[in-house]
Design a protein around this ligand. Structure first.
Ligand SMILES: [Mn+2]
Length: 314
């Protein structure tokens, strides 16, 4: 039987990548495939466009396998957790120039890729990848299991978001059977924050603004904050999880100023409200419950537009 996935292992060289500044799901998926190919003695390169450092709370993953491409063209590229090629950042050109692009994802309607293995209902890309591993009878080692588990944990908010279903637990259970250390990984991701990052968190909480009518809450991180609190953007990835805690809110937004002065927005919804529609106003994307976007506008303009878009939906 022809395989949608495994058949692409023979077309070298292989690049494995995902969205810019990858999260636990993107890195977990990419490194899971890298480890699999390594175990089959198939050479591959894992690379991402990373501005700054990789988050230290994901350093249980084999970061040393992430490198920079040594050639400018690849025969096959595997792209994980990335719905739009522009989200590949610096790697977009190299990906689009390669002979075959295999996109594995759980975002809605990816706009690129020669082969798409997509399930928008899946909780994480690692869930989609796990299914492929099982279907194509590929071996899942303890190290691979840890990578897949990481994406499952981060994209379900440690098995709490509405995307957590029985299959998610079945996969987590199987991964634990294969040696994955769930509690160690969770502790590294959520149980330990640098003191400086924790202090910045308190500042962000102080800045929270709630619109009681719209049940919308937001806060902002500025570039100068990182300096003031002697921390880095990579250490503050989980800040949105704090912003969304306010009981009075249903929709949460955290704006993070970028080096060029633009803002990156993270949106969360705790109800049926679809934040992906808010993100798409700024040409961003994601899922119903969690989405993101970038904007060159001012904070005031962004908030004004977000509020208008919320009013359209409620
Ligand atoms: Mn994901």
């Amino acid at each position: 039987m022809k395989s949608k996935f495994k058949d692409n292992f023979i077309n070298l060289p292989i690049l494995i990548t995902g969205h810019v500044n990858p999260d636990g799901d993107a890195i977990g998926s990419a490194l899971a495939l890298k480890l699999l190919l390594d175990s089959m003695q198939i050479d591959s390169t894992v690379s991402f466009d990373i501005t700054g450092d990789l988050p230290s709370n994901l350093n249980h993953l084999p970061y040393d396998l992430i490198t920079t491409p040594q050639v400018d063209s690849f025969d096959t590229v595997f792209v994980f957790d990335c719905g739009n090629s522009s989200r590949l950042g610096d790697l977009e050109e190299i990906v689009l120039n390669s002979s075959k692009v295999v996109v594995v994802d759980h975002h809605i309607d990816p706009t690129f890729g020669d082969i798409q293995i997509i399930d928008p209902k899946a909780a994480s890309t690692t869930q989609v990848l796990y299914r492929i591993f099982k279907e194509e009878e590929l071996p899942i080692s303890k190290e691979i299991a840890d990578c897949l588990m990481t994406g499952l944990i981060t994209d379900t908010g440690r098995f709490q978001y509405s995307n957590t279903n029985a299959e998610v637990f079945a996969i987590a259970s199987d991964l634990m059977d294969r040696g994955s250390q769930l509690s160690l990984i969770s502790e590294n991701i959520y149980g330990s924050i640098e003191l400086n990052a924790l202090k910045l968190q308190s500042e962000i909480i102080n800045r929270l603004i709630l619109d009681t009518d719209l049940k919308f809450i937001y806060s902002v991180v500025y570039q100068e904050d990182y300096e003031k609190f002697n921390t880095t953007p990579a250490e503050t990835d989980s800040l949105i999880d704090v912003v969304r805690l306010a009981k009075e809110s249903e929709i949460a937004l955290l704006l993070k100023e970028q080096i060029d002065g633009s803002f990156k927005g993270s949106l969360r919804s705790r109800t049926e409200f679809n934040v992906q529609q808010l993100a798409s106003f700024f040409n961003g994307g994601g899922h119903k419950a969690a989405s993101g976007f970038s904007s060159d506008s001012t904070v005031d303009d962004i908030i004004l537009n977000i509020k208008n878009e919320i009013r359209k939906q409620i």
